[in-house]
Structures are given as structure tokens and as C-alpha cells.
Write a protein of this length. Structure first.
Lengths: 287, 300, 366
């Protein structure tokens, strides 16, 4: 649609609105990007320069701050923990979530509506309200302070069930019936027909939950106490409090933050459209 | 005949059961064990005096709730939650909409702007809160350097009870702004172009079109974002833990942070779960309110 | 109550694509003009340029003698009914109809009076409090028309207004639009790809293709005297049969020879063919299915072949045959059944034959 009737403002007004637009967007993006830039700039400074407010850019970039974090600190270990634990969790969430969403949309059983109501009710509830009893359950199972405990307590994603249910409902009605008539089992229909047709939602589900599990802080920090099992947020915070010693080693703390944040920004740069489409598009815009 | 009919009906009703169970149990079991049961358990515990260590505890009725309602700290936390929620919600939604309006028609560089504005959302709150701690540092922090350069007097940011909440709000808005913007972008793209054409033919100018067509058309998104931001604000923990730990002198202690302190620092499980139940009730109330409001205001 | 003139109107997009090419059209007061053509022919773009929703790249648009190219849509005093109705989903039927008056700050009592008048004339009185989401397709269509009528526009524009309705409702709404036109006494410009709508509604039809006007004429003239092969094939269902012929002179008579027979030309056609120097040359002939008959004697046989499909439609039947001149369709009111694969010999009503230049596809004679 090439509608341009709106552009018949006088030239002066148009220049003014464009200037306003540029100004607002400029301020907003500087405000947003600045902490990242400042993190990187600070991470390259010496202990002396970083406290000197007259020095903006590091005169002599201290690359060893970064290499120190990369090769001689527990930070890479935390990143590795976060990455593989999140991968395992998301894989389980996708399989179990897709199956439940499939059942909610395509299988007919009498408690279907009640089941959906239960899932829906838990969606909004503050997850923190479950922490004390969940903590006790993990303690009873002997899974506190272990990767097993981290994984087993996060195997279901209500957000993901919603996302997939929404996508499944938009598929043509007869699709699964047709697959069943062709002799496919429900399992085959889900992974051979339904999943490829809703690939975008699966990717969005995977990425969003990977990021949120990877970044998760409160629950992992409650159930793990040994640094071997720290995920990245808890590890970074421990580094900040202990090794960074609150204000003496700011450059190292910023270097550690940069090492944590930059890979995520790069991942985001390549997967941006799945986040944006997923959030705006299918995340259930039901009021 | 009659018997076999009943039998067939019985068979028909239950022969799908194994399949159904197979498909729902992998998600349903963890959902029950780590969501539904704990919520019920929390409600139960809120009526006890359990202290986490002793093996026995008593049912004490509403005592935990009564002592909360007598405790000024609780109302302080409730008020901080309200301030934090309102302080996050309004700028996030208003600025998110403004940015989306400016970016909805793509131009050279609009993609990179969307990337920048959304990027805080995917970074760990802990990491960026650490960076903001450094920015907010009272002496030598860049925030104060900038304020001084602009001719304003420096602030004590997170180290003063006057500005700590403001600092936490700034960080939270910074992180959630792009998220709101993306929602609004997709909502704006979905408003049918024909509506604006019809509006133009009906004689509506740009401002009238915004208020009579755009705003009502995206109202479902506004309501959705309001509820999501409120729920997120109610659950905000990471940035508070890193920036202020609820301080100075309790000035950033929200209900959730109070719950954390009661439960995992003071081991007063009865009162902690009572706070949790109050948070659940608040969420339910918000959801009902949103549902009622959207029935009245949101139209498709 | 307006006269609209399009002078050399062209629409060119930034990528150089010309959607509308040098269109000239004069629409008189109280005319019901239909723009018809296949999708992508530029008919909607032309309408949208008249509405002011699309910039005019070149040429002049005059309404009542006044140049309108740069006048904003709301100041052209026109109303438009959109394909998807474009009703404001959050407003009631009443508010939808009243919106333009509200913008103009018409007093409330006056608005109320006019909305009820319009609602009454369209049978919408019961629905005024509903929202568009609660209406059926036909009701939405009426609301969209009500919103247009209430402004007493000089010109009524309609962009495929019936294409979202099912066949039965479409027929019903077509009659309502015809009725509305009779009552309102104003100029209508109506875009459609459906030639039945075009033939039944329009006082004049503009056939477009690839951004260019092919023919402007009354429905009857378009049907009987198409100016080229495209118009001949576009107007009429089932579509005209086309087949190759050779023009010959036999015993002092001009005839068209087909693979299986010959068609004699009357004096008028003979004269045109001779004047055009077509004797001895190849030509393209067309005959409408209504004008194909079963040949009752060998000398009247033009096509011979086998019946492929026989469709009985009630009062008439359509017979598809595969003949020595290709697929030939006959639309007949003689209902004896033709079974599949039976032999058939077909003739034509010779005076209804259309003849086209095979190169330019222009009409030689109708």
C-alpha cells in the first residue's frame, strides 16, 4: 500500500517533525546503548584511570583485563554451566510443552478445558510464591546444590505451552485428521506435520527460554551454594561481591560483565527476528 | 445388546486415555510438583508458625497475616511495590509507544535502532545491574559526571534512601522499554491501513486519527503490557538484589524482597508464605481487573 | 451530483512500474460507471487516485471543473466503500455512521436525526448499538454504505464492495446497490473484477487491462460490439469461443473456412473484410457460447467432435465439446442430454460471429 497523501504538510513542518523524531530516537538509543559502551570502555582502564573522572577513554587499553577474565577466572566456567544447563532445560521444555499443547489443541478429552484453565491460571502467578515449598521438595530429593536440581525444577514452561498452543490453533483444522487418516500416530503427526509448520514458534520458544534460563538468578541462587554449580548471573554476582570487593576492582568487574554480556548481544544480533516476530506476533495477543 | 452398547461406549471413552496421558503427563507432572502443589503448600504454610529448622510446627490461623498487618515494614514494602510498579509502568508504556510510533515506518537505520533499543531485554539483569551500580557510583560515577557537566548538582543515587528507588526504576525502565516497543510495533503494523484511509475520507486529521483509530486499535496491547509490567514489577528481584539489597534503610524493599528476606534470611516461613499469598491475591486481583477492564475497553 | 474528468492520468511507482497509463475518462453527472478488469489492471489504483488516497504521478483530475490533484481526500466531498468495509472496530454502528459528522462538528441533534434517517433507509435501526464484530457480512456492508451516504457526497466510490460476501448475499446486495443508486441520484464509480456486477449495475463500463483503458461503453455494446479480443473474452460467461479461420472467396461469396466447415458472411461483414484486404488471409474468429447451435445438416456444420462434459443448469445447459477447432462451449436452452464421448456437430449463428486481427487482436468486424 503506497499511501502518501499524509505527506502533504508544508516543508517547514516536515523538517520540524523530522528533527523531533531524530532527537527522540537519538536520545533513546544513546540512553540504551550507553551502559554497554561504558561497560566496555571501563573494562579496558587501569585501576588508577577508572577512578579519574577526567579520563573518558582509556589512554592505554588494558586488554589483559579481558584475557585475565577469559583465562584466569571462574567466569567462563559459569558461562559454560549456564549454557549447557539451559540447553538441557529448553530441550525438555520444548518436548513436554509441545506434547501438552498438542493434546490441548488436537486431542479430545473431557478434562481438556479444565486442564487449560489450570495452565492458564498458573501463567500469571508470581513464580516466587512457589520457591519455599519447591526448595523443600528439592531438599527432600537430595537435589539441592546440584545441576540435577536446577534442571528438574525447571522442566515446564507455561509461556512455551501458550506460545505453541496459539500457533497450533492457527493451523488448518483438518490437518491432523488428514495425517491420522494417512496412518500417522499422534507422535508422528506432532513432530512430522505440526512442528515443521509452526517452526517459527518453536524457534522463538527455544530462544526466549534459553535466554531467560541462561540469565535466571533468583531461583538458582537460592538452591546452589557451591560455586561449581553457579549459573552465570549468580557467578557474576559472587565475583562482584567477593573478588571485585565492592569498588576496588571496577575494571575487572566491568571486564567480567562484558565477557558475559557481549556473547549474548552477538547471539541476539543473529536471532533478532525470532525474538521480535515471536514477541509481537504469536505471543498470544489475547486481551 | 444393551450391555455391549454400554461396554462399547466405555471402551470408546477410555481407549484414547493412554495417548492422552502420554501427551499431557511430561508437562503436567512437573507443573503439579513445582507449580501447583507449591502454591497450595505456600497457602497452607502461611497459616503455620514453621521456622524451617524445627521438625514440628503448629497451625496458628491468621496470626501471620495479623502480625504483618501490624508491621509498618509490611505497609512500607507494599507502598514501595506500588511506587515501583507505577514508576516503571507509566514510562515503559508511554515511551515504548512513542518509540514504536517513530519506528513503525522503516527507514535507513531503523533496524539497528530496534536492535539497540531491544538489546537490554536479553542481557542478564544481574550483569547490567552491576554496570549500573558503577554508573550510579556517588563519587566518580559517570551519572554524576554527566549531571555536573549539565550544570545540575550530583545525586547520591543508590546510596541514599531518597534516590535509591528512582535508580532501581531507571534500570528497570531501561531494561523493559524495548520489550514494550516491540509489542507496540507489531500492534501498530496490524492496524488495517484501510481504517486510516476511511478516517481520512471522513475528515479526521492526524491527531484525530491517532486518538480515534490508533489508540483504540492497539488497546489490547496496552492492556496486555500493563498487566505484564505489573506482574514483572511485583516479581522484580535481580536488580534490587544487586543494586540496593532492599536498602538503604529499606527504601527499596518491595513485597517480593520482603518475602525473600523473611523466608531465606530470617527463616520465618509462616510470615514469608503469608507475603507470598498476598502477592498471589494481588496478581489475581490485577488479572480480574484487567479482564473486566478489557471487556469494557478493548474491542476487536 | 458531479462531473469527473480524468485527463492523461498516470500512476508510476518509485520502482518505475506504471500501474495506470495515460487514462482519459469523462464521467457525467449521475452516471454509474464501473471500472472492471482482471486483478492488477489498475482499476483500484484509478479509484484510489480519484479518492485522493494515492498520489497522481501525471495528468489532471477535475471534479466539477476544479483541479483536485493536490486536494486532501476529506476535502474532495467524496465517500468510499472499502473492500473490507474498514469499519472502526471499536465504535458502535451508530458511531461509525456518525463519525464524519462528528469530525465536522455537526450539532448532536442533527447528527442523531441524520443517523436515524440513514439507518432507516438501510434497515440498520435495530443494529445501531452493535459493534462491527457482532455483524454479519451483509450488515457490515450496509453500515459501510450508511457511513458513505450520511455525508451526502458528490461522488460515491466503491472498491470491490461485494467481493467478501457469499454468492447469494452478493446477488441480494447488488440489487440493494442498484436501488440505492436510483434513490440517491448521484455519481457512482464502482470497481469490480466480476463482470456480472459490471453488466447489471453500470450505466457505462470501463474495461481496463495492464493500466490501460480497453473500451468504454454501455453493457449491451460491450457484449455485442467488443473492440478487441480481450474485451470479447472478458465480458460474458462462459467466455467466448475463439478459433482460427481463413477468409476465402467462394462462388462470389466471402466465407470463413474452419477445419470442419465454413461460415458465410453477410453483406456488411463481406464489405468490411474486402475493404480490409483480408481475403485469402488467416483471421481469428470468436463466437459466444449462446450463439453456438447443434448443426442440423452437414452444410451447416462448422465444428465436429465429441462431447466432453454436459452441465445441466436448469433453464439452460452448457455443453463442452472437443472439436477439430479445439474446445468449443455451447450454452443452449435445448435440454436434450449429450452423453460423454458422443459425436457432436456444431454450427454457429452466422450473423453473431466476431472477427479479430490475429496480430493486433483488434476487432475487424462484429
Amino acid at each position: 500500500m503506497n499511501t502518501r497523501y499524509s505527506d502533504k504538510n508544508p516543508i517547514g513542518l516536515r523538517v520540524l517533525t523530522t528533527a523531533g523524531k531524530v532527537l527522540i530516537l537519538g536520545v533513546a538509543s544513546v540512553f540504551t546503548a550507553f551502559p554497554f559502551l561504558w561497560m566496555v570502555i571501563s573494562s579496558l582502564k587501569t585501576k588508577a584511570d577508572i577512578l579519574n573522572t577526567d579520563v573518558f577513554f582509556p589512554p592505554d587499553p588494558q586488554w589483559q583485563n579481558i584475557t585475565g577474565i577469559l583465562f584466569d577466572s571462574p567466569i567462563p566456567r559459569y558461562i559454560f554451566n549456564s549454557a549447557w544447563v539451559s540447553l538441557v532445560i529448553v530441550a525438555i521444555q520444548i518436548v513436554s510443552g509441545a506434547m501438552l499443547a498438542y493434546a490441548l489443541v488436537f486431542l479430545k478429552f473431557r478434562t481438556r478445558k479444565i486442564l487449560f484453565a489450570i495452565v492458564m491460571a498458573t501463567y500469571m502467578l508470581p513464580v516466587a510464591a512457589t520457591y519455599i515449598p519447591s526448595y523443600i521438595i528439592l531438599a527432600d530429593m537430595g537435589l539441592l546444590d546440584s545441576f540435577g536440581g536446577l534442571i528438574i525444577s525447571s522442566t515446564v514452561s507455561i509461556f512455551g505451552i501458550f506460545l505453541l498452543r496459539q500457533a497450533f490453533m492457527q493451523l488448518p483444522k483438518g490437518l491432523v485428521e488428514a495425517a491420522r487418516m494417512d496412518g500417522a500416530s499422534h507422535w508422528r503427526a506432532l513432530w512430522g506435520i505440526v512442528c515443521p509448520m509452526t517452526k517459527a514458534s518453536f524457534i522463538t520458544f527455544g530462544l526466549m527460554n534459553f535466554i531467560s534460563t541462561y540469565n535466571n538468578y533468583m531461583w538458582p541462587s537460592l538452591i546452589t551454594k557451591t560455586s561449581d554449580y553457579f549459573l552465570v548471573s549468580q557467578g557474576l554476582r559472587a565475583f562482584f561481591v567477593r573478588d571485585g570487593a565492592y569498588g576496588t576492582e571496577w575494571a575487572l568487574v566491568m571486564a567480567a560483565s562484558a565477557v558475559v554480556v557481549i556473547p549474548l548481544l552477538i547471539l541476539f544480533a543473529f536471532t533478532q527476528k525470532w525474538f521480535i516476530n515471536g514477541i509481537g506476533g504469536e505471543t498470544g495477543m489475547k486481551g | 445388546m444393551n450391555l455391549s452398547g454400554t461396554k462399547r461406549k466405555f471402551k470408546k471413552r477410555y481407549d484414547r486415555l493412554p495417548t492422552v496421558l502420554l501427551f499431557i503427563l511430561p508437562a503436567l507432572i512437573p507443573l503439579v510438583v513445582f507449580w501447583i502443589y507449591p502454591i497450595c503448600r505456600s497457602i497452607y504454610l502461611s497459616f503455620t508458625n514453621w521456622d524451617f529448622i524445627s521438625p514440628t510446627y503448629k497451625i496458628v490461623g491468621f496470626k501471620n497475616y495479623l502480625s504483618l498487618f501490624k508491621n509498618p515494614r509490611f505497609f512500607e514494602a507494599l507502598w514501595h511495590t506500588v511506587v515501583f510498579t507505577a514508576g516503571t509502568l507509566i514510562p515503559t508504556i508511554v515511551l515504548g509507544l512513542v518509540l514504536a510510533l517513530l519506528l513503525v515506518r522503516s527507514f535507513r537505520g531503523s533496524g539497528i535502532l530496534k536492535f539497540i533499543l531491544f538489546s537490554p531485554w536479553i542481557t542478564p539483569t544481574v550483569a547490567i545491574s552491576i554496570v549500573w551500580t558503577w554508573i550510579f557510583k556517588a563519587d566518580g560515577g559517570i551519572a554524576n559526571t554527566i549531571l555536573t557537566a549539565l550544570g545540575a548538582s550530583p545525586l547520591k543515587w543508590i546510596s541514599s534512601s531518597d534516590t535509591a528507588m528512582l535508580s532501581v526504576i531507571i534500570v528497570t525502565v531501561w531494561k523493559s522499554l524495548g520489550y514494550a516497543m516491540i509489542f507496540y510495533l507489531s500492534a501498530l503494523e496490524k492496524v488495517p491501513g484501510e481504517l486510516y484511509e476511511a478516517g481520512a475520507l471522513d475528515g479526521a486529521n492526524k491527531v484525530q486519527q491517532f486518538f480515534d483509530i490508533t489508540l483504540p486499535s492497539i488497546s489490547p496491547t496496552t492492556f496486555f503490557l500493563m498487566i505484564i509490567t505489573m506482574v514483572n514489577s511485583l516479581q522484580a528481584y535481580d536488580q534490587i538484589q544487586v543494586l540496593t539489597q532492599g536498602g538503604p534503610s529499606g527504601s527499596t524493599r518491595t513485597l517480593l524482597y520482603m518475602y525473600y528476606q523473611l523466608g531465606f534470611q530470617e527463616f520465618n516461613m509462616g510470615q514469608a508464605t503469608a507475603v507470598a499469598v498476598i502477592m498471589i491475591l494481588l496478581t489475581v486481583a490485577l488479572s480480574v481487573l484487567q479482564f473486566k477492564a478489557s471487556e469494557k475497553w478493548v474491542h476487536y | 451530483m458531479a462531473e469527473i474528468i480524468l485527463k492523461n492520468i498516470t500512476k508510476e511507482y518509485e520502482n518505475g512500474f506504471q500501474a495506470v497509463k495515460n487514462v482519459n475518462l469523462e464521467i457525467g453527472d449521475n452516471e454509474f460507471v464501473i471500472l472492471v478488469g482482471p486483478s492488477g489492471c489498475g482499476k483500484s489504483t484509478t479509484l484510489r487516485m480519484i479518492a485522493g488516497l494515492e498520489d497522481i504521478s501525471d495528468g489532471d483530475l477535475l471534479i466539477d471543473g476544479e483541479r483536485m490533484n493536490d486536494v486532501a481526500p476529506q476535502n474532495r466531498n467524496i465517500a468510499m466503500v472499502f473492500q473490507n468495509y474498514a469499519l472502526y472496530p471499536h465504535m458502535s454502528v451508530y458511531q461509525n455512521i456518525a463519525y464524519s459528522l462528528k469530525i465536522q462538528k455537526v450539532p448532536k441533534a442533527e447528527i442523531d436525526k441524520r443517523v436515524h434517517e440513514v439507518a432507516k433507509s438501510l434497515g440498520l435501526e435495530e443494529l445501531l448499538d452493535r459493534r462491527p464484530g457482532q455483524l454479519s457480512g451483509g450488515q457490515k456492508q450496509r453500515v459501510a454504505m450508511g457511513r458513505a451516504i450520511i455525508r451526502h457526497p458528490k461522488v460515491f466510490l466503491m472498491d470491490e464492495p461485494l467481493s467478501n460476501l457469499d454468492a447469494k448475499l452478493r446477488g441480494q446486495m447488488r440489487v440493494e446497490i442498484a436501488d440505492l443508486y436510483q434513490r440517491l441520484n448521484t455519481t457512482f464509480i464502482y470497481v469490480t473484477h466480476d463482470q456480472t456486477e459490471a453488466m447489471t449495475l453500470g450505466t457505462r463500463i470501463v474495461v481496463m487491462r495492464d493500466g490501460e483503458i480497453q473500451q468504454i461503453d454501455s453493457p449491451a455494446n460491450l457484449f455485442n460490439f467488443p473492440c478487441n479480443k480481450f474485451v470479447a473474452g472478458f465480458i460474458g460467461t462462459p467466455a467466448m469461443n475463439f478459433f482460427d479461420v481463413t477468409c476465402e472467396e467462394e462462388n462470389g461469396e466471402v466465407i470463413l473456412r474452419t477445419n470442419g466447415g465454413k461460415i458465410r458472411m453477410n453483406a456488411e461483414k463481406t464489405q468490411k473484410l474486402k475493404a480490409g484486404g483480408w481475403i485469402g488471409k488467416k483471421l481469428l474468429a470468436g463466437i459466444r457460447p449462446e450463439h453456438v447451435v447443434v448443426a442440423d445438416s452437414p452444410e451447416k456444420t462448422v465444428f465436429s467432435g465429441k462431447v466432453s462434459v454436459y452441465e445441466l443448469l436448469g433453464s439452460n445447459a452448457i455443453v463442452y465439446s472437443d472439436t477439430d477447432a479445439g474446445r468449443i462451449i455451447m450454452n443452449t436452452s435445448q435440454l436434450e442430454e449429450h452423453t460423454h464421448d458422443s459425436d457432436i456437430r456444431l454450427g454457429v449463428m452466422e450473423e453473431r460471429i466476431h472477427i479479430f486481427d490475429p496480430e493486433t487482436e483488434r476487432t475487424v468486424t462484429n
